[in-house]
Design a protein around this ligand. Structure first.
Ligand code: RM4
Ligand code: MN
Ligand code: MN
Length: 423
């Protein structure tokens, strides 16, 4: 049976219960008339490197059936998108996923209703036959020849992106140092900016460059783009097509990410997101699995800040997942992440902003908290399901994925010992 039919049957079975939940919510709260449409428009890009089982430096436990090539990765994202109708883009990491035939890949993606989101460069690993090593950094390197090679790689990535119809490049640098004294911070900063200027010069007019920051790992003493301030000061030097990218796992413990988001947005320099969750470091866990309230607070600032600037929620920022780990089926995990993001977004759309502003002006701290937590404690899953239903997706994507034994089918097609490129 075709997947579309399976989805339809599943939805028919679930419909009565869904309608009951939705009607209850509609009776309980005031739902803005454009909320469902906004949820329908909101697409979250899937990283090509998260379709296989992630590993740690201690081990990797593949669940089998991993995509063996870019074509199969696109098929996997196509499947996710068919189930939830909100994963309509893929973000590629080069050189892990270099298309051999860009037109054919573009066509395959289009057949699945997928676009190409940001392309990602990789100067944190050495590739076989590479002339110079990135052991001591790439864009920051003391040796101009290494910097040149890293710049050329980024320009190459932009070229791949142009062929696929991407409109942005995400640069994440592992550059930094492991020990005090190893690096001249000012020189490393300046060399990195100079290198970025050359990459920026190769950007097409309608492209954006996202500069991602990260506090530590793989360097453990300093990272040259280590926090939002460092990224912000660099993108300001590059120009109006350069923005900071926030990866939720890249902060020091307890950082107030929602405040960072609010200020970057206000300054017009927030470019995009890598969603994931974490308890300790860059854990890359399922979005919303550890700190769902933080995810909601971030979306609360996003909606507020984007509305203040008249921005389009769906298209003016880059929305991507960057998660992968050891113990879940990666496709189930991605379905969970997308759902968690949609829930946080839907809740943020429900916040009574006038009432919140009034309470703030009156310094009514208790009321401020009540307004936010009332929304956070509202079960909005029926709204997200309704949006999915209207788009032709499955009422409950994870349940359907399991019911159809999709992983088993993938293992049958691809084998147990396949290994997707990525980390
Ligand atoms: C980094 C960072 C980048 C991702 C790599 C694989 O920690 O999050 O976005 O491309 O991991
Ligand atoms: Mn990231
Ligand atoms: Mn990361």
């Amino acid at each position: 049976m075709k997947l579309a039919q399976v989805i339809q049957q599943h939805n028919e079975k679930e419909l009565a219960a869904h309608q009951r939940r939705l009607a209850f919510l509609q009776n309980e709260i005031q739902i803005p008339s454009d909320l469902i449409q906004k949820l329908k428009d909101f697409q979250i890009a899937i990283p090509s490197w998260a379709l296989g089982t992630g590993g740690t430096r201690f081990g990797r436990f593949s669940g089998g059936g991993e995509p063996r090539n870019l074509e199969e990765k696109i098929e996997d994202v196509g499947l996710l998108h068919a189930l939830n109708r909100s994963s309509g883009a893929i973000s590629l990491h080069i050189p892990w996923d270099i298309p051999k035939d860009a037109n054919a890949i573009k066509q395959l993606a289009a057949d699945h209703g997928l676009a190409f989101d940001a392309v990602n460069s990789n100067t944190f690993q050495d590739q076989p036959n590479q002339a110079h090593s990135y052991k001591f950094g790439s864009l920051q390197h003391t040796d101009a020849a290494v910097r040149k090679q890293a710049i050329a790689h980024n320009i190459e990535v932009i070229k791949h992106g142009i062929q696929l119809g991407s409109k942005s490049i995400t640069v994440w640098l592992s550059d930094g140092s492991c020990f005090p004294g190893q690096l001249n911070f000012r020189k490393a900063y300046e060399r990195t900016v100079d290198s970025l200027i050359e990459i920026y010069a190769a950007l097409p007019a309608d492209w954006k460059l996202f500069l991602e920051y990260k506090a530590f790992e793989p360097n453990f003493y300093s990272t040259t783009v280590g926090d939002w301030g460092q990224s912000y000061s660099m993108v300001n030097k590059l120009g109006e097509k350069a923005f900071t990218l926030v990866d939720l796992g890249h902060h020091l413990p307890n950082a107030n990410i929602e405040q960072i988001v609010a200020l970057l947005l206000m300054e017009g320099k927030l470019g995009g997101f890598h969603f994931n969750d974490s308890k300790y470091g860059d854990d890359d866990l399922t979005a919303g699995s550890i700190k769902p309230y933080q995810l909601f607070l971030i979306f609360n600032e996003l909606v507020d800040g984007m509305d203040a600037k008249g921005m389009n929620h769906a298209s003016d920022l880059g929305w991507m997942i960057d998660a992968s780990h050891n113990v879940k089926d990666p496709l189930e995990d991605l379905l969970q992440s997308v759902e968690a993001i949609q829930i946080a977004y839907a809740q943020a759309l429900l916040v009574d902003r006038k009432a919140l502003e009034l309470a703030r002006e009156e310094n009514d701290v208790v009321r401020c908290q009540e307004i936010l937590q009332d929304v956070f404690r509202t079960d909005v899953r029926s709204l997200v399901a309704q949006a999915r239903l209207e788009l032709g997706g499955a009422m409950n994507p994870v349940a359907l994925y399991r019911q159809e034994h999709i992983r088993k089918q993938l293992i049958q097609q691809r084998g147990t010992n396949t290994m997707a490129t990525g980390l």
